[in-house]
Design a protein around this ligand. Structure first.
Ligand code: ATP
Ligand code: MG
Length: 322
């Protein structure tokens, strides 16, 4: 079966790391049809829409999308693209690798972040000259869909992060809905308050495995975890919907190093491995991960990991280890 993949490199290092990931995918014995589309600052600068309708439509129809990064226009690009695949969960694994310096070694976490509502649902108002408000939205439906995904992802159990002791109605609803679905599926859960979790993650991240969180908390805590494991150049992510999904590195367009050919392609290549898992190609996914891990351990490494290798050097090394 041929997998139809939308490819959206975007801005900055997006256009350097996406080709690296495509090279890796093309080296596998899996059939793909790649269709490239444009998005990002460079379109706005040329007087066009940062997210052309054709790009959005492509993501909405492809089996999966591989996205690089957008700069200033990120919110105009990635939020509608995530919506185009109806993605209700943002999957963010953060783990350490042999050979890569980390604040906390032996960290291996996955955040399953609610991806549609909470405080990011966008109901903000200016009520008067000196008063602004934000309405937080939490529905059973979104929490249940997230919980069902979590039960499949982590049948051995997961942690529910919330702040239901203060936000009794919204986080209370979130916690109750997730716990209820877990119980119906015979999946064990434990609970942790978000503020306490932030401290635990710094002191003893090895005690956690899969963490289910509301939207904002997942955003913040997964970046904290990125810091723990050695930086943005390593972190992949998936935005999963009922029928499609979009894969992207956690990092942005990195304008400070764009054009220099030294961006670490690992995050994007690991995002491509998540895409392979999603397309039910687990063996190919494992080959990619193994090749990335071996390269992180033995080198070459890009400057963000203390090396002197280029994006090209690292990509060649990964390809040769496939
Ligand atoms: P954006 O607004 O697009 O998010 P940014 O300035 O926030 O841009 P990020 O891409 O979020 O930049 O990166 C933050 C820092 O991490 C930058 O210093 C960047 O160079 C570095 N960085 C991010 N991704 C990579 C990567 N793949 N390889 C090397 N360094 C990276
Ligand atoms: Mg950024």
């Amino acid at each position: 079966m041929t997998h139809e993949i939308a490819v959206i490199p975007g801005d900055g290092i997006g256009s350097e790391v996406i080709p690296a990931a495509i090279e890796v995918l093309e080296a596998l014995e899996v059939d793909f049809e790649f269709t490239e589309a444009e998005a990002g600052d460079h379109l706005l600068e040329a007087g066009r829409e940062p997210l052309p309708e054709a790009t959005e439509a492509l993501a909405a129809e492809a089996d999966a999308t591989l996205f690089g990064a957008a700069g200033e226009t990120a919110a105009d690009v990635i939020i509608p693209l995530r919506a185009a695949v109806d993605s209700f969960v943002n999957v963010r694994p953060a783990r350490t690798y042999p050979g890569v310096d980390a604040v906390k070694s032996e960290t291996d976490l996955v955040f399953l972040r609610e991806n549609t509502e909470g405080v990011y649902a966008g109901h903000e108002d200016d009520l008067s000259e000196n008063l602004s408000t934000l309405t937080r939205v939490v529905t059973d439906e979104a929490a249940e869909r997230l919980a069902e995904y979590a039960c499949e992802y982590a049948p051995e159990g997961f942690t529910i992060a919330h702040k239901a002791n203060v936000m009794r109605k919204t986080d209370g609803r979130f916690r109750d809905a997730v716990a209820r679905v877990a119980e119906e599926n015979d999946v064990e859960t434990d609970e942790v308050l978000i503020d306490a979790l932030a401290m635990h993650l710094v002191l003893r991240p090895e005690e956690y495995d899969v963490i289910v969180t509301p939207n904002l908390a997942g955003d913040v805590l997964s970046d904290l975890a990125a810091g723990l494991v050695g930086g943005l150049g390593l972190l992949p992510s998936a935005n999963v919907g009922p029928e499609r999904a979009l894969f992207e590195p956690v990092h942005g367009s990195a304008p400070d190093i764009a054009g220099e050919g030294i961006a670490n392609p690992s995050a994007t290549i690991l995002s491509a491995a998540m895409l392979l898992d999603y397309l039910a190609e687990p063996e190919a996914a494992e080959r990619v991960r193994t090749a990335v891990e071996a390269t992180l351990e033995a080198g070459p490494r890009t400057p963000d990991l203390g090396g002197e290798g280029t994006t090209e050097d690292v990509t060649r090394a990964i390809l040769s280890r496939l």
